[in-house]
Design a protein around this ligand. Structure first.
Ligand code: ADP
Ligand code: MG
Length: 469
């Protein structure tokens, strides 16, 4: 009974520390908009960088849909990288043929040298090119062209160049910071003897936005919820004070927000989050990302379970030593436990056995574990919804038009393993967004899974910026 009281007390503290009442979410959205505006002004202290992408939304941007030919794309994310080739058939036929391959990045390469990482990528790309079949056609005398999706903050100087600002997620390769990632990849491709030109460097959010908009013109923003998180959207070029170049043809410029680095004293940071941040590769950075993305959610759950084990003997008198190991509990395992609807929570029991090393757990312990997953996933989903609501506010799509006209259809493309596979997360995100928008507005706002839109999008951008276009 004493133990039960302690368990209940810890859970109550956790529920309180991680709670996200709607009023708090509204405050967070407002803070997000304020930081977005600071970033657009070029304020060096802005929490979100609002990076210029050099992607316009009219030709040679991505909306005439007339791109044709064979193009490659390479997507370096947080966990995997994908290589893709597409045969584009122009306005009528669109994507005629596509093939892709996914390779997981060996962990030692995430913290090694720039050359090792890029050599590994270029070598995989080269092997992929060797398997190109007759379904794909490269006109005589032409060089193959590539769109490079790179999901880390980059300061771009053109559509096909940019220097790495910093690494995020699990990456830390010091000698790459400040270097032009296109030239690094280009040199590695040369070392492989691969003759291919990188014609577009795009963030994954920007690729997703381009791919999403290719399929549906009403797409105005793209959100990634995978290993990390980020957002891109279509901004009016006149609303970007720091932009001093020529006005894009459409009058619009795609902005890569880099919202993962958002920070605000409104964010509900608990002792678990603070300790995880302190011990991370990038302390003090990417705070919003650390609360909502796939790399971290399982780890937050582990830290809470560890506290329950220490302070309330949740798993018995000894604290299971496996539970002390950072990142042993991965978000897909958390998700599997959270979705377990069996009467005896069999999956939760099996995961606790495998991961935590406790062979027999009571139904009560399993229930508590599942409840902790729920608290952490719900906070993440609600905070992500608050961010999306902030982007809609920035776009002026959070309210019905003042003149009484119809609300324009507004589509948000979403991608990333967390959003795609963690159903309780994505449905909580959607219901929270509906709640924030209200019924009238939310009936015009659509969220859409843009599964591998970013690969197609990068290939499209490579095509529209082709040296032959
Ligand atoms: P990346 O972000 O590396 O580009 P993905 O978009 O494929 O790659 O996202 C991978 C991430 O998605 C994983 O690191 C994991 O956190 C999360 N994820 C994958 N599968 C699941 C799942 N079944 N449930 C919850 N999260 C998942
Ligand atoms: Mg990705």
């Amino acid at each position: 009974a004493e133990r039960k009281r302690k368990v209940a007390a810890v859970i109550e503290d956790v529920e309180h520390a991680l709670s996200t009442p709607t009023a708090l979410l509204r405050g967070i959205s407002d803070a997000m908009v304020t930081e977005m505006e600071r970033g657009l002004r070029g304020d060096g202290h802005a929490m979100v960088k609002m990076l210029i992408t050099y992607v316009d939304t009219s030709p040679p941007g991505f909306s005439d849909r007339n791109e044709q030919g064979l193009f490659y794309a390479l997507d370096l994310g947080g966990t995997n990288f994908r290589v893709l080739r597409v045969q584009l058939g122009g306005k009528e036929k669109r994507v005629v043929q596509q093939q892709y391959e996914e390779v997981s990045i060996p962990p030692h390469l995430m913290v090694g040298t720039s050359m090792e990482l890029f050599d590994f990528i270029a070598s995989a790309l080269s092997k992929f090119v060797d398997t190109e079949g007759d379904d794909f056609h490269l006109p005589e005398g032409r060089q193959r062209e590539l769109g490079f999706t790179f999901s880390f903050p980059v300061s771009q100087t053109s559509i096909s160049s940019g220097t790495l600002i910093k690494w995020t997620k699990g990456f830390s390769i010091n000698d790459a910071v400040g270097e032009d990632v296109v030239s690094e990849l280009g040199k590695a491709m040369e070392r492989q003897g691969l003759d291919m030109k990188i014609t577009a460097l795009v963030n994954d959010t920007v690729g997703t936005l381009a791919g999403g908009r290719y399929a549906d013109n009403s797409v105005v923003a793209a959100i990634i919820l995978g290993t990390g998180t980020n957002a891109a959207y279509v901004e009016n070029a006149n609303a970007i004070p720091k932009w001093t170049g020529l006005l894009p043809r459409s009058g619009n410029m795609v902005i890569n927000t880099e919202w993962g680095s958002f920070k605000s004293d409104k964010l509900p940071l608990s002792e678990f989050d603070k300790a995880m941040d302190f011990e991370s590769l990038n302390p003090g950075e990417q705070i919003y990302e650390k609360l909502i993305s796939g790399m971290y959610l399982g780890e937050i759950v582990r830290r809470i379970l560890l506290k329950l084990a220490h302070d309330a003997a949740l798993f018995g008198d000894v604290v299971p030593s496996k539970l002390e190991q950072p990142f042993v509990l991965r978000t897909p395992d958390m998700s599997a436990m959270h979705h377990d609807s069996s009467h005896d929570l069999k999956t939760v029991g099996a995961k606790l056995k495998d991961i935590v090393g406790v062979p027999d757990t009571s139904l009560e312990v399993r229930y508590i574990t599942s409840h902790i997953c729920d608290i952490v996933a719900e906070r993440a989903a609600r905070l992500a919804a608050a961010g999306i609501y902030g982007v809609l506010k920035k776009l002026g799509r959070d309210k019905m038009p003042k003149d009484g006209s119809k609300m324009p259809r507004t589509v948000i493309a979403l991608d990333g393993g967390l959003y795609e596979h963690y159903k309780k997360f994505s449905s909580c995100l959607e219901s929270t967004l509906t709640d924030l928008l209200g019924d009238d507005v939310s009936s015009s706002v659509v969220t859409k899974l843009a599964n591998d839109g970013s690969g197609i999008g990068a290939a499209l951008l490579a095509a529209s910026h082709s040296q032959y276009a």
